[in-house]
Design a protein around this ligand. Sequence first.
Ligand code: CAA
Length: 284
Amino acid sequence: MSVQNTAVVGAGTMGNGIAHVFALHRYDVVLIDLDEALLEDARGTIERNLSRQVDKEVITPDEKAAALGRIALASDTAKGVQSADLVVEAVPEEQSIKADVFRTLDEHTPGEAILASNTSSISITWIADQTERPDQVVGMHFFNPVPVMTLVEVVRGQRTSDATFDTVADVAEDLEKNPVEVEDYPGFVSNRVLMPMINEAIFCVMQGVAEPEDIDTVMELGMNHPMGPLTLADFIGLDVCLQILEVLHDELGEDKYRPCPLLRRKVTAGQLGRKTGKGFFEYE
Ligand code: CAA
């Protein structure tokens, strides 16, 4: 199937990054969010991130202008997706919200459209079951910052067809990303491996093994990680880390995934990382 018209539902950090890379790679994209102020913010963020790429000579000013010209904004999901070949959902990680969005997409997109989710932890098989087209539902899991990170986990639900999988893997390559095929198990590969490391770093803070800065330095200098695990946790959002660990713990049922009590305490206190100005570190 050929994809030209795309839609991205959810204009937060991931949604605006996904719209950015679609538009830069010549796909028409409708960026959808119920919150019109967030949509305007998203356009500003995309504009700024494209300018960074112009400054670094990754793209030309003309490519930036063309990309911005391919992005339309919509606050009505039903209208925004009516001519989409591929929709990527990037709304908050709550099952009831995902279910509502996928029922709307199923009702209002053309019958052959592929419905992808950027979920980091909710089952693609479960999401697919909210629709009448489970063979056309797939995971398309991008990484933050989307314009920079070159991985996409392409997640096969129990009933995802080969045609759907292949189309989405081809689109990911067209976006200059590296698609990796992953089966639909909790946390896929990325978060199943990443979150226990972050959680263990938080246990190290709680047990006083070392100061947060020093724990990050160990992983940055000793393992060549671009960000230490605590800086990365703040970047992802501590609430998101907790939610993913809870999914891993509940669904895989093993103690090794139990969220660190200090992580819970910080989330309860509203110290969610970069987005609230304080997590393991403080931000301007
Ligand atoms: N848009 C466009 N370009 C961007 C950008 C954005 N949003 N953010 C950064 N960049 C560019 C910069 O312009 C810079 O370009 P050059 O290399 O050409 O100079 C480059 O990216 C590096 O940025 P900075 O120099 O500002 O900063 P840095 O060198 O410290 O790198 C980073 C920043 C890329 C975020 C790096 O620290 C990094 O790779 N961190 C790890 C990120 C990571 O692990 N992400 C995955 C999180 S998990 C997830 O997303 C999924 C989930 O399910 C939880």
